[in-house]
Design a protein around this ligand. Structure first.
Ligand code: DHB
Ligand code: FE
Length: 298
């Protein structure tokens, strides 16, 4: 059967893609940021996933304001890097995994989550920048990718709770796929940032770090935070963080809770909580605080 081995979380700032593509990653402004991903790139090479299920948001690129799906799953065989106004990024075509994507669509829709099925779309920086951060500049991405787009651009956007519940359904769907696949699930976007209006440039380190703490230790509690709190504390684009709850909801300790007893006090603890393999936080990157986590299932 397929299994989710780990989840990866990262911001997706477009200027990071431009820094890579234009050979600026060793400039003093960018170097500390890229250093933060070096061990993650090594980790990914060793993990050799068969498929990456990549939760991201489209920025009115593939979906204009004419059609706005709340949740959209890519079931195509391949996806072209999008032209976001300055030509497509010089990155490899993204190969899909239509068989697993179709299975997930079938399973999750039967669990009453209304997904839009997308057989053709271009993928913007929301998807390609996380791949670049984790893989560098390969001639091909290391494995097929299933793009899963979430509307966090045009209100109303889905709640953290809805995203977390959807993540559980995606986790169950992947676990029921009858082929032996090592699957990673990635949650991308965030952290705090606001790109317009009087608060443009807002960064909230306290909020971001508390979010990282809770994502690891108390994801169910974090899922109950209403969207207005994200907007107030993390800026209008900070709402992208709800996508991280989809990836977290698919992890083993949420989908298949295993409880053991805490030796000292006798209270119950989850014994299959994920291992934190990486935690990184950096400000600034363009207008955004960059956060990055890797959690491994035990
Ligand atoms: C920036 C950040 C984003 O998440 C985005 O989608 C576009 C721009 C920025 O920092 O400029
Ligand atoms: Fe964004």
């Amino acid at each position: 059967m397929a299994r989710i081995s780990s989840s990866v979380y990262t911001s997706h700032v477009p200027a990071i893609g431009a820094a890579i593509d234009l050979g600026k990653s060793h400039e003093p402004y960018w170097e500390p940021l890229f250093k933060g991903y070096e061990s993650s790139k090594e980790w990914l090479k060793n993990e050799k996933p068969d498929v990456i299920f990549l939760v991201y948001n489209d920025h009115a690129t593939a979906f204009s304001l004419e059609v706005i799906p709340t949740f959209a799953i890519g079931t195509a065989d391949s996806y072209q890097p999008a032209d976001e106004g300055w030509g497509p990024r010089p990155v490899p075509v993204v190969k899909g995994h239509s068989e697993l994507a179709s299975h997930i669509a079938q399973s999750v829709i039967q669990e009453d989550f209304d997904l839009t099925i997308v057989n053709k779309m271009d993928v913007d920086h929301g998807l390609t920048v996380p791949l670049s951060l984790m893989c560098g500049q390969p001639s091909q991405w290391p494995c097929p990718v299933i793009p899963f787009a979430v509307n966090v651009v045009q209100y109303p956007v889905p709640s953290g709770k809805r995203c977390f519940e959807l993540g559980k359904a995606i986790g169950r769907a992947i676990q029921s796929f009858p082929k032996d696949l090592n699957v990673q699930i990635w949650g991308t976007g965030g952290m705090s940032h606001q790109l317009q209006g009087p608060r443009a440039g807002l960064i909230n380190k306290e909020f971001d770090n508390a979010f990282l703490d809770r994502l690891v230790e108390d994801p169910a509690g974090l899922a109950s935070v209403p969207h207005i709190d994200y907007v107030r504390e993390a800026g209008s684009e900070g709402i992208e963080l709800v996508m991280w709850l989809i990836a977290r909801g698919a992890m083993n300790d949420v989908v298949n809770e295993v409880w053991g007893s805490d030796k000292g006090v006798g209270s119950k603890v989850k014994s299959n909580a994920p291992v934190v393999k990486k935690r990184f936080y950096h400000v600034p990157a363009s207008n955004t605080a960059v956060g990055h986590l890797i959690l491994e299932n035990v």
